[in-house]
Design a protein around this ligand. Structure first.
Ligand SMILES: NC(=O)c1ccc[n+]([C@@H]2O[C@H](COP(=O)([O-])OP(=O)(O)OC[C@H]3O[C@@H](n4cnc5c(N)ncnc54)[C@H](O)[C@@H]3O)[C@@H](O)[C@H]2O)c1
Length: 352
């Protein structure tokens, strides 16, 4: 039976992550995938793995006229130029995280998409993760009580990147997860980072993100023996742990807590200054839907309907503003404010 193609998507960058996009898009009966990579051998591999990929190119310009949308999965420093090339040609764009490597570039992308009237979406994959969504529902239901703090860790013997440090590579996930869970953005960032293996990029970092009502502590590392993807939400009543590495207990809710005792009471002066509460540990069922599939489906749907996805360009810009604050904090050694969006001046950035 002939394929019912309604949306043609060019995936630019067939590397580690772009190949996964090609895999999920290839399963969609209404999508035709074109693969673009500047290295011809990558294209040969794409065609060998995915026979449904009928067209490839070493340059986006060669196929731009023939597609509806472009998915940018190249290293981050190239995101803005490729996305702007596509947007200015009137194409819808999904760009991987981090959306850009500067606030100015991210703003230019958001503005260009608005001027051209196209969809701009950012690949914050965890916002399409069923466990993260369920954890947000748990927080919103009040089960945990007031959130005292969030702690998250994204560690492994990681893929060292050429153009960004470990914060820009991994922390977009933790920042997007924390702000998704809390439904607000950090207002300031503090950072401790170290360059252990190469002299030019931090490969281990600790972040403190100050949200209006609470704080998130984020540990990211390319230099750790264990793969860890874990978010802990400590509430006044209960605590929850989301472990993305767990097969069947991705969320655990601990009925556990600590209450302060009265230290002024002379009769209890010898006791601990707190009392402990312990109870059940419950692991709710989380249905498994591949987050990347859900995200890319949302992109194709937004292209088709003209309705913005849940992670539009503005959301990507918000996370880039937080990342820019981490740069400032790293340089100064002080807490840096997350700057408000600057006044976007109409006009489309030229592609360099
Ligand atoms: N959402 C997620 O969970 C997730 C996970 C991993 C990576 N990523 C993101 O995906 C992006 C790609 O990361 P990766 O690890 O796959 O990188 P990679 O280095 O493995 O692959 C990049 C590919 O892009 C190609 N390329 C570079 N510039 C190009 C250009 N101008 N035109 C055509 N092809 C070009 C390279 O030849 C390479 O094949 C990054 O932004 C990364 O942060 C996202």
């Amino acid at each position: 039976m002939a394929k019912r193609v309604e949306t043609r998507v060019a995936v630019v960058g067939y590397g580690y992550w772009g190949s996964k996009h090609v895999r999920v898009l290839s399963t969609m009966p209404d999508v035709d995938v074109v693969v673009v990579d500047e290295h011809a051998e990558r294209l040969e591999e794409a065609v060998a793995y995915y026979p449904s990929v009928e067209r490839t190119a070493t340059s986006l310009a060669d196929v731009l006229d023939d597609v509806d949308a472009v998915l940018v999965a190249t290293p981050p420093a190239g995101h803005a130029d490729i996305a702007l090339q596509a947007i200015n040609a009137g194409k819808h764009v999904l760009v991987e995280k981090p959306m850009a490597t500067s606030v100015a570039d991210a703003e230019a992308m958001v503005l260009a998409a608005a001027v051209q009237g196209v969809q701009l979406m950012v690949g914050h994959t965890f916002e399409y993760n069923a466990a993260v969504r369920q954890l947000r529902d748990i927080i919103r239901s009040g089960t945990l009580g007031r959130v005292l703090y969030i702690d998250s860790a994204r560690l492994s013997l990681g893929r060292y990147q050429r153009d960004v440090n470990v914060i820009w590579d991994l922390a977009p996930h933790d920042i997007s997860i924390a702000s998704f869970l809390l439904d607000e953005l950090p207002v300031a960032a503090s950072v401790w980072g170290d360059r252990n293996v190469t002299p030019w990029r931090e490969d281990v970092a600790y972040l403190r993100l100050d949200f209006p009502q609470t704080r998130a502590f984020v540990h990211v590392s390319w230099l750790n023996p264990n793969k860890v993807r874990r978010t802990t939400v400590v509430g006044e009543r209960k605590m929850a742990v989301y472990d993305d590495m767990s097969d069947n207990e991705r969320i655990r809710i601990y009925d556990i807590g600590v209450d302060p005792s009265s230290i002024d009471d002379p009769h209890s002066a010898h006791e601990r200054p707190v009392s402990y509460r312990t109870g059940d540990i419950v692991s709710p069922f989380v249905p498994f839907h591949e987050p990347l599939m859900a995200q890319d489906r949302a992109f194709v749907d937004s292209v088709r309907t003209g309705v913005a996805s849940e992670t539009p360009g503005e959301r990507g810009l918000d996370i880039v503003r937080v990342l820019a604050a981490t740069d400032a904090a790293l340089v100064t050694g002080r807490t840096a404010p997350v700057l408000k969006p600057s006044q976007i001046v109409p006009g489309v950035r030229a592609v360099s």
